[in-house]
Design a protein around this ligand. Structure first.
Ligand SMILES: *Cc1c(COP(=O)(O)O)cnc(C)c1O
Length: 378
């Protein structure tokens, strides 16, 4: 079977894991955790970083550190992995779902602005949703498939309304926005290091920011809000810190981050070069203002094809291909949430077919995938 996205563990992963065991530092204190935090911040060109147990807990802590409270609203794109919305709910807040733009599949700034303009009022410098009376506490764009959102426009809107921006950059490590690394475009930027991401810790996450207090708040909350060395806690905290074992794998992975991202981009280019002549096939977005980290690659099919059926047929040929995110507004727990029109999200999601794109994929395997896909579609 050629898998969709399997981890590449052929570097120093085993050596660093052995160091954890030999030194007995397997838990949430250890040299690898500190090193991992520094390196993630450095790669993202941010001044500070803190590591968490997952991307989801990283998002949760970033939202809390930015002041999101119970019964507030957070604007997120509906076309995202469910964890973006879940992290908002874990704060006791609710997502306000915004459509994506066709150009990038990321939060559409025009729709965001229109929604805020029509549906909110400003009282004492705070933004309130007119119908529910809930405060709009944050905007959280998602870097879909590793593609940065339209941050200049989103940031302009956020600044106008004085709302903080948290970037769900879960799969975007290694991407650039207007030629720069990602750390500086939001108040906080969150990465995931889950097993299927380009860089993995097995599971894990990180928050980076240029705001030292914000990172300290997030870290404090994620480590049981403990003050000093005694059992003294000043808030209801969480046990969300990354362990040294996770970070050991992560440190080995970060040594090869550029190599991994280059390979992901190569896979994107390969599929594009070899499948573009098929009628009814198009590709994932590329924009001039950002360079995607190409977490996943694949194709978009016209509505004459049934993506599910093609997945099943590929599976018989030992190729793992999959459908992609069903938008949040169509998910059972989120059907009643505040939302914009969903013209693009509704049209796109069910036509996406992700294809094998591990960094370990061989030329032979790529050739096999392409020839098999061609046979099925032509
Ligand atoms: C993977 C992912 C997450 C969740 O990260 P976990 O580490 O699995 O908790 C959140 N948002 C997006 C956009 C993702 O792709």
């Amino acid at each position: 079977m050629i898998f969709l996205a399997e981890p590449n563990l052929t570097g120093n992963e085993r050596k660093y894991l052995n160091e954890c065991i030999d030194t007995t530092f397997v838990s949430s204190v250890g040299a690898f955790v500190n090193r991992f935090e520094e390196e993630v911040a450095q790669i993202a060109c941010a001044d500070y970083g803190t590591a968490t147990s997952s991307g989801t807990t990283g998002l949760h802590m970033a939202l809390k550190a930015c002041g999101v409270e119970r019964d507030e609203l957070v604007c997120i794109p509906s076309f995202t992995f469910i964890a973006t919305a879940n992290a908002v709910m874990h704060c006791g807040a609710q997502p306000w779902l915004i459509d994506i733009s066709e150009e990038s599949w990321t939060m559409n700034p025009e729709v965001l602005e229109q929604e805020l303009f029509e549906k909110t009022v400003i009282r004492e410098g705070k933004v309130y949703h007119k119908v529910t009376g809930k405060r709009v506490a944050a905007i959280m764009p998602v870097y879909t498939l590793g593609m940065p959102a339209d941050m200049n426009n989103i940031k302009n809107i956020a600044d106008k309304y004085h709302i903080p921006v948290i970037a769900d950059a879960a799969a975007a490590i290694g991407a650039t926005y207007r030629g720069k690394n990602l750390g500086m475009f939001a108040d906080a930027t969150v990465f995931s290091f889950n097993g299927n991401k380009t860089v993995t810790c097995g599971g894990g996450g990180a928050i980076v920011s240029n705001n030292k207090e914000l990172i300290e708040r997030a870290k404090h909350l994620a480590t049981t809000a403990r003050c000093g060395v005694d059992y003294d806690h000043d808030m209801v905290g969480y046990n969300y810190r990354m362990t040294n074992v996770q970070a050991a794998i992560g440190c080995a992975q970060l040594e090869r981050v550029q190599q991994f991202v280059d390979r992901k981009r190569y896979v994107r280019d390969y599929y594009k070069a070899h499948l573009q002549d098929i009628e009814g096939v198009s590709f994932f977005p590329e924009v001039e203002w950002a360079d995607s980290a190409c977490w996943f690659s694949g194709i978009v099919l016209s509505n004459k094809y049934d993506v599910r059926e093609i997945c099943n047929e590929l599976k018989v040929q030992e190729i793992e291909a999959r459908t992609f995110w069903k938008p949040v507004h169509l998910q059972k727990p989120y059907k009643e949430m505040e939302k914009s029109e969903m013209l693009i999200a509704d049209d796109i999601w069910w036509r996406i077919l992700t294809l094998p794109c591990s960094t370990t994929i061989t030329e032979e395997q790529l050739e096999y995938v392409v020839s098999t896909v061609k046979k099925l579609l032509m």
